[in-house]
Design a protein around this ligand. Sequence first.
Ligand code: S3P
Length: 455
Amino acid sequence: MNLKSFNSELIKGSIVCPGDKSISQRILILGWLLNKNITISGFLNAEDPLSTANALNQISDSIEINGNEVIIKERTAEPKNPKNPIDLGNSGTGMRLMFGLISGLGIEATLIGDDSLSKRPMRRVADPLKEMGALNKLKIDGTPPIEIFKGKIIDDFVYEMPVASAQVKSSIILAAIAAKKGITIIEESPTRNHTERMIEYFKGNIEILPIWCDESKSLNSFIGNKIVYKPRELISIEHYDVVGDFSSASFLIVAGLISKSGKLIIKNVGLNPSRSLLIKILKSMGGNVSISNKRMVSNEEVGDITVSPSKLKGFNVSHLLGEVRADHVIPNIIDEIPILCIAAAFAEGSTILGDLEELTIKESNRLAAICDGFDAIGIKYFSDRKSSIKLYGNHNEDINGAEIDSHGDHRIAMSFLIAGMRSKNGITVKNCKNIETSFPNFKDIMNSLGMNINE
Ligand code: S3P
C-alpha cells in the first residue's frame, strides 16, 4: 500500500496517545506467565502485540483481545509444545522475548517471521540463552527460523551485555523467571527498562543498582546498571493499564513542531526516562514542547505533551553532555532517530548523529533508508550508511516532492509521511502496510489533526 502526504500548514487538536508497543508485548508475556485472571486496558491493538498474543495462545490458550482491552485467564492446561511453527510476523521484540520465555519454560518450538524478521540477527539472544543452559539452533548466518529444544536453565547466570539491547536483556530475564532461576545482568549502556519496571510492579525480587567507576558518582563516572533478579513468586494484580507509546507520540510531536500554525496536545504519553530523551533533544533544538499532568501509571511515568510550531536549530549529541553520557544517548532514542532526522531536516544548521550501528539492523537498515529518502527530497548529508550521519537542515524552507521507498519499515514510512506536510508537491511513500505493526490509525489520526495523507 502506497500513501501520499500533501502539503499542510496546520496541526491542531488534542489526541490520546496509542498504547505502548513494548509494554503491551511485555504485559501479555508476564501476565500469561503469572497465570492468574488479569485485565489490561490501553493495550496497543496492532500487528506486533497481536502476533505475541497468538504466540502465547499457541503454547496455552488464555488471552482474549477485545479492541484495547485484554483478558488473560488462569490456565487449566500446562504449557505445551505448539503443533505448528510460531509466526511472530514483523516483530523483533515478539520473537526475541518469546525465545527467552520458551527456553525458560523448557518446551520445544520453532519461531518464524516475515521477510524482514527473517533477516534479523538472533545470535545476540541465542548465545546467552545457550550459556544459560537452553538449547537452540538458528540458520547458519544467525537468522530465523529459530528451533528451540528442551534445555535446563542454570541458576544465578551472570551476563555482561555486549550490545545495548532491551530485547536481549528482557529475553534472558524472561528465561530466568520462567525457569524460576536467578540472573544478574551488567548493562553498560542502559536500555528501556519496562521489563524491570513491570517485575517491580508485580513485587518481584529485582534490583537495579547503578555502577560507578569512582566515588564522585558524577555523570561521567556512571558506567551502567547491574540488574539482579532472584526468583520469588510474583504477586498477582487484577488490572494493568498500558501507558501511551512515546515512540508513536514522537511522530505527532515532530509534526506539531514543523507545522506552520496550530497547537497539538498529546495525552497520556509514557515518559519513562529510558525512552524519552528526545524531548530534551528537541527542546535544545528550540522546540516548543512542554509536559503537564505528570503522574505514575502502572509504575511508568506518564504525562500530556503540548507542542507548537517552532524555529528549530541543528543539534550535536555532545550538547547533551552534562545531562546524559554521550555514549548512552542512542539506546534511549533508538526508535525515534528517523523522525528526529526529519525534524533536523527542517532545522537551521547541521545535525550530527553517531554510534548508529544498531539502527542498521532494525526492521530495515534505517540509516540507509533515511539517506535514500534525503536523496529523494533534496536534503544534503554526509553518511557512511553504517554508523553516522551529518545532515544539513533546510532552514525552514519547504522541500521538494518525491517518491520514497519505506522498505516495508513502519517508522521510515511514518517519518517521511510527516515530512510530506512540508513538501511542495507531496511525498509518496511506497510500501506503508507495516504502519499497522505499531500505529494502526496513523493516517486517520494525522488527517484529523490537519494533515492530508491519502492512498
Ligand atoms: C524494544 C527494544 C528496542 C527497540 C524496539 C523495541 C523492546 O530494540 O528498537 O523497537 O520492546 O524491547 P533493541 O532492544 O534491540 O535495541
